[in-house]
Design a protein around this ligand. Structure first.
Ligand code: T46
Length: 138
């Protein structure tokens, strides 16, 4: 089945708060549609720098900007959607065959990503024309 940006869902995480402050929890397979195999986070992004510019063949992820903000562009090869991640209780799912770009990082941004597989460079499609060719061949 062809990937669609409409299937990349915004996830509102419940905030468990009390007088001490707030706490969000993400449990694999309960709050994600996949088991969590890896967590990584991006921080200290230099002003004006954008990241991403690739798709994955199989990887499924949930991205949450736990501090600060950034803009996530999602592209299924036919249309693009822009999601502003600016709350620690807001995530976006990113499935296979979705081109992603991350822009507009605030100075304090910490983008945390939960993934269902360990890092594997052979899962990346880093050339946009090659990505489009794969989408339109399928
Ligand atoms: C994604 C977006 C949202 C590793 O060795 N292990 C890892 O788990 C990751 C994520 C990266 N790396 C290495 C590979 C590169 O040498 O760290 C370096 C930077 O990775 P990359 O240029 O792919 O980073 P971004 O910010 O462009 O993309 C990352 C993820 O790689 C990607 O899967 O979906 O964040």
């Amino acid at each position: 089945m062809r990937a669609s940006i409409d299937d990349q869902k915004l996830v509102n995480l419940p905030i468990l708060g009390d007088a001490r402050g707030s706490l969000c929890v993400i449990e694999g397979e309960r709050d994600t549609s996949f088991p969590i195999a890896r967590v990584y986070y991006i921080f200290g992004t230099a002003p004006g720098v954008s990241r991403g510019f690739h798709a994955h063949l199989a990887l499924r992820q949930l991205a949450v900007c736990v501090r600060g903000s950034c803009t996530m562009i999602l592209d299924d090869g036919n249309s693009r959607r822009s999601v502003i991640l600016d709350r620690p209780d807001l995530g976006v799912t990113i499935g296979p065959m979705i081109w992603r770009e991350m822009h507009d990082f605030s100075e304090d941004a910490v983008l945390m990503v939960l993934a269902d597989q360990c890092h594997n460079e052979t899962d990346y499609i880093r050339n946009y024309d090659a990505f489009l060719a794969m989408v339109h061949a399928s």
